[in-house]
Write a protein that binds this ligand. Structure first.
Ligand SMILES: Cc1cc2nc3c(=O)[nH]c(=O)nc-3n(C[C@H](O)[C@H](O)[C@H](O)COP(=O)(O)OP(=O)(O)OC[C@H]3O[C@@H](n4cnc5c(N)ncnc54)[C@H](O)[C@@H]3O)c2cc1C
Ligand code: SF4
Length: 515
């Protein structure tokens, strides 16, 4: 059952086997797993409850309704836009649906670097098999590649660069194009239409507009969470809610989980200290003619050829360390990304129908941090620095090359210098570190991870390998916050797989019947 907190006026007291804070990739997956096995599940979600008919596909309405901080959240220096959803279903309401299993080399890094022995394909594959079946994940059909995707593919093929259509979480998608504002056709298999209904069907209660602030700990064990039910429009408190449970799971996303934990454990030295975002830089290409970049799905072709870092013979960075996603953006967001102004900006926007676009997913080595300001409000600090800046520059160059090979008339690096590239010589002479300084061009982060990581060493992790907090029994993390680092590809299927593995452990250790 969905209970919309915005309509509640009386305080609520609930008792459950498990209470889950957050309903996105991690929370939804874990909740459905336990609900299917007979657990009495309560889920609390800070954001609102929206259905297909609420998704108008208008960017202004969608961002105001379910983007965190109404689509205006950024790092403290305003250099990086933080893109995340607050809604029943979490980020999967507006995510693009690319669904990659964690690359084995990344699992290996987490095994050796963080003592997570269980992070093997053999251990996780059964969970991914199940999730892929439940979400209908399959390789993107050719019909969903728009012209931008086909041009990027042609550019990659001409240059011998590896790329492919990604596995996607969709069933019977009509390729309308505006995935980022919620799917009005129920084709994108978000948590909203997959795991959350399963929790409801099994008798679970899912509260929207329910913000958790406090974890109740007694004798070293988490026994309940407390929060408030809020008016969706104004944010004003309507009533209080408390849920007592045998198990408390935090799945509020890297921002939300860190926010709660920082409030409850202010002396902890790990929470919020490793904040990964996979910086996204954008490159636009003008093909001098109308191309179709607004239909299909935002990303129907992924460039994998640069995922691994290359070193030169003196072990210095020589390239790579990112993947590229084909990208399309609605006019308003595109306008905000382009750095031109006045008549130039109008001229750029008139050419919106001519533009192809690529976006980086930088596998960063230097995370940022999350902390509470003196006013008690969450702040994020993140600088693209060191080798990560060089990765960004390498990406801008390689993306430009791909577009030129695909026949683009000019490539726009949307920096404050108005950099335009028409030839290989331009790539060498015009693209450099100045373009990736803070605030020199639009940069975004939508793969938020690592702020309450799991691991064996309490000095370096908030929770142990099972997901249970080192210092509080019965308190788990099972979302992007729990990941030890960047995944190097889009993270949702990693988060779901890890959450399902953590759920299986909770179930097994509880000694309950069923499997
Ligand atoms: C536009 C966009 C496109 C993306 N596309 C892809 C893609 O194609 N493929 C991919 O793999 N990844 C993609 N991602 C990233 C992916 O969606 C996220 O990494 C993933 O869904 C995060 O899962 P999570 O469980 O950590 O958190 P979320 O899915 O963010 O869920 C956390 C939920 O917890 C709630 N919450 C937070 N604090 C509280 C609180 N105090 N009380 C109650 N509830 C709270 C939040 O409101 C939110 O709904 C995309 C992200 C964005 C923004
Ligand atoms: S592109 Fe497909 S999944 Fe996305 S909103 Fe349109 S129909 Fe839904």
């Amino acid at each position: 059952m969905i209970i919309q907190g915005t309509n509640q006026h009386a305080d609520v007291r609930e008792k459950a086997d498990v209470v889950i804070v957050g309903t996105g990739s991690g929370g939804g997956t874990l909740g459905a797993y336990l609900a299917d096995r007979g657990w009495n599940v309560v889920m609390l979600e800070k954001g609102g409850f929206f259905r297909a008919e609420d998704f108008t596909q208008r960017e202004d309405e969608a961002m105001a309704a379910f983007n965190g901080r109404r689509g205006l959240d950024s790092t403290i220096d305003n250099a990086i836009f933080l893109n995340y959803a607050e809604a029943v279903g979490g980020c999967t309401v507006h995510y693009w649906g690319d669904s990659f299993r964690t690359p084995p080399d990344r699992l290996e890094r987490w095994r050796t670097g963080h003592g997570l022995d269980w992070m093997t394909p053999a251990e996780l594959d059964p969970h991914w098999d199940a999730i892929e079946g439940e979400l209908g994940i399959h390789i993107t059909e050719e019909r969903l590649l728009n012209e931008n995707n086909r041009l990027v593919r042609a550019g990659c093929e001409a240059l011998g660069i590896e790329g492919a259509p990604p596995p996607t979480a969709r069933v019977d998608c009509i390729g309308c194009g505006w995935t980022q504002f919620g799917c009005p056709y129920n084709a994108k298999t978000s948590q909203l239409i997959t795991t959350i209904p399963r929790v409801s069907l099994a008798g679970g209660r899912v509260y929207s507009d329910a913000r958790v602030d406090h974890i109740v700990v007694e004798n070293g064990r988490a026994i309940a969470v407390e929060g408030t039910l809020r008016n969706r429009g104004t944010g004003d408190e309507r009533a209080k809610i408390r849920v007592d449970a045998d198990v408390v799971v935090l799945a509020g996303g890297a921002l939300g989980t860190a926010d709660i934990l920082l409030r409850n454990f202010p002396d902890d030295r790990v929470i919020g200290r490793r904040f990964y975002i996979n910086p996204h830089y954008f490159v636009w290409a003008d093909f001098g003619r109308e191309i179709d970049n607004a239909t299909g799905i935002p990303c129907a072709y992924v460039v994998h050829g640069f995922r691994h870092v290359r070193l030169d013979d003196r072990a210095r960075y020589a390239g790579g360390g990112y993947i590229m996603l084909t990208n399309h953006q609605s006019p308003g967001i595109a306008a905000a990304m382009l750095s031109s102004t006045g008549a130039d900006h109008m001229e750029h926007m008139k050419r919106w129908h001519h533009l192809g676009s690529l976006m980086s997913v930088i596998d960063e080595e230097n995370p940022g941090r999350i902390f509470l300001g003196e006013d008690g409000i969450r702040r994020t600090e993140y600088n693209v620095k060191g080798v990560d800046q060089h990765k960004a520059v390498d990406y801008l160059k390689q993306a430009s090359r791909i577009f030129l090979a695909a026949g683009a008339k000019e490539v726009w690096i949307p920096d404050v210098f108005g950099t335009v590239v028409r030839t290989e010589a331009d790539i060498a002479s015009k693209i450099g570190l100045r373009s990736v300084q803070p605030n020199a061009q639009f940069c975004a982060g939508s793969h938020l991870m690592g702020t309450a990581p799991i691991g064996t060493d309490p000095a370096d992790s908030f929770a142990g390998p099972t997901g249970e907090a080192h210092r509080v029994k019965g308190l788990y993390v099972a979302d992007g916050a729990a990941l030890p680092g960047s995944v190097s590809v889009d993270p949702s299927l990693t988060i779901m797989g890890v959450a399902r593995w953590i759920a299986a452990g909770i179930h097994e250790r509880s000694g309950r019947a069923g499997s």
